[in-house]
Design a protein around this ligand. Structure first.
Ligand code: MEV
Length: 323
């Protein structure tokens, strides 16, 4: 049996602005998705525990399939074209990441699937190849994403990302006096729809929004420096400015604002939506000593709170013999 996993992600600063070519900063988190592969003779069966579906994709990859199966068909098609083979299998997908929460559940699941299935085929894929294949699957779900989600879940760590240029791994100065919280609003939304809405707003008010986009790019560069210098007070301020910018482009919500303000009132240094917004998750940076108070303050407004660490490795693959 083969099992692969990939982390979830948070965007520390720069979501949406990254879609138009500005730099953004993302971190991988140790809340993971898994793909488990077992031998099977009938076809390629994909079972998602979280989405509660099971489909059989025929070996010739043809025919009509439920929407949820399309990104997997795309991955299998690329593999079959590039590596000239497919094998029947049963692939079970399971994730700790809430779906549609802004924490990269789709990219993470596709990355785990791609890594596990390529291992099962006996094809050694580089991380760059996995990343490319996952990007294609992300396009099936989200339209034309920037590529930041597939990149961070594949490589792990903390990265500065710029569309078209790729990524730079940041050498983050960890300071145990500070900690992250991710608060899930419990409101599910579509990244593709939100991205399209923001792009329409940009087209309508290009002269007004262009300077904001440039400012967001500068902000991401300052945030990268703050992370490398271990200046978490500064990083918190930059996150708060970024939240204001995201509010300006219309992707925050009342519930997000409530979490942001309650967190800051309880001593958080920075709080902002993370991912596409419109619901989803809020990223909070606080001094470790203030963490409990922040958590208590935001609890009434959240569905779930993740106290998690940065995942320094992205994809992991294990192979074991069943007894
Ligand atoms: C989604 O995690 C981040 C967005 O910037 C979309 C993208 O980068 O493709 C909202």
């Amino acid at each position: 049996m083969i099992e692969a996993s990939a982390p979830s992600k948070v965007i520390i600063v720069g979501e949406h602005f990254v879609v138009k070519g500005q730099p953004a900063i993302a971190a991988a988190l140790d809340v993971r998705s898994k793909a488990r592969i077992e031998e099977n003779l009938k076809g390629i069966i994909i079972r998602s525990i979280n989405l509660n579906f099971e489909v059989m994709i025929p070996m010739e990859l043809s025919g009509s399939l439920p929407k949820e199966a399309e990104p997997f068909r795309r991955i299998l098609k690329t593999m079959s074209e590039r590596y000239g083979k497919l094998r029947p299998a049963k692939i079970t997908l399971e994730s700790e990441i809430p779906v549609g929460s802004g924490m990269g559940s789709s990219a993470s699941t596709f990355a785990a699937f791609t890594a596990a299935y390529s291992k099962y085929l006996g094809v050694e894929l580089s991380l760059d190849e996995v990343n490319e294949i996952v990007y294609e699957a992300e396009c099936v779900v989200h339209g034309k994403p920037s590529g930041i989600d597939n990149t961070i879940v594949t490589y792990g760590g903390v990265i500065a990302y710029r569309k078209g240029e790729g990524f730079l791994r940041l050498n983050v100065k960890i300071n145990q006096d500070y900690a992250w919280l991710v608060a899930d609003t419990g409101v599910r939304r579509s990244t593709g729809d939100l991205v399209r809405r923001v792009l329409d707003l940009y087209d309508k008010y290009e002269e007004v929004l262009m300077p904001l986009y440039h400012a967001a790019g500068h902000l991401a560069i300052e945030a990268a420096k703050a992370l490398e210098q271990g200046d978490y007070e500064k990083l918190g301020e930059l996150m708060n400015i970024n939240q204001g910018m995201l509010e300006a482009i219309g992707v925050s919500t009342l519930q997000i604002s409530e979490i942001v303000y309650k967190a800051k009132e309880a001593g958080a240094l920075g709080a902002k939506l993370t991912g596409a917004g419109g619901g989803g998750a809020v990223l909070i940076l606080a001094k470790r000593g203030d963490l409990n108070e922040v958590e208590e303050a935001i609890k009434p407004y959240t569905a779930k709170i993740f106290k998690t660490r940065i995942a320094h490795t992205g994809i992991r693959v294990k192979e074991f013999n069943e007894r």
